[in-house]
Design a protein around this ligand. Structure first.
Ligand SMILES: Nc1nc2c(c(=O)[nH]1)N=C(CO)CN2
Length: 156
């Protein structure tokens, strides 16, 4: 099977055993496998209560896994990087989110794709609009370029 494309958002704002948040994202990318393209890693102001800036990036990944199977693997990678459970908006060693899937929309008890909040997040849409400007959100039918253009200029 040729597999599907996924857009995966990466974020970190804590040092890990791999080093800085930026080094941590690079280590995670190496671990992901199937990575076809990666946006530049950008430094972004924290959205939410955290005080520390994030390193963020988006990768396009080819995989023949279902979204749920990929999620299981992403969670294992996050755990390996020392993310602590139960700190939803705290400091993040590593966050890996499935944002888009070439198969369209997916909903299971564990996972909704497209990611519910990505349309409001500049640190996701900015890199995505560079990597895949014409990818159409299957829910709103808007392209990544259009979704980015709709964001208020001050949103993180
Ligand atoms: N800039 C930025 N802010 C955040 C991020 C993130 O990746 N980047 N992730 C969060 C928890 O998911 C909370 N806030």
């Amino acid at each position: 099977m040729d597999g599907a494309s996924y857009a995966i958002a990466l974020g970190s704002n804590r040092r890990t055993r791999y080093g800085s948040p930026r080094a941590t994202l690079n280590a995670a990318l190496a671990m992901l496998g199937g990575v076809e393209r990666v946006s530049p890693i950008i430094e972004t102001p924290p959205l939410g209560p955290s005080r520390r800036r994030f390193a963020n990036a988006v990768a396009l990944v080819r995989s023949d896994e279902t979204p749920d199977a990929l999620l299981t693997r992403l969670k294992a990678i996050e755990r390996d990087f020392g993310r602590r459970a139960g700190r939803r908006w705290g400091e993040r060693a590593l966050d890996l989110d499935i944002v888009l899937w070439s198969g369209g929309a997916w909903a299971s008890s564990r996972l909704t794709v497209p990611h519910r909040a990505f349309r409001e997040r500049r640190f996701v849409l900015g890199p995505l609009a560079v990597l895949a400007p014409g990818w159409r959100d299957p829910i709103s039918r808007r392209t990544m370029r259009q979704l980015l253009a709709r964001l208020a200029p001050y949103r993180a």
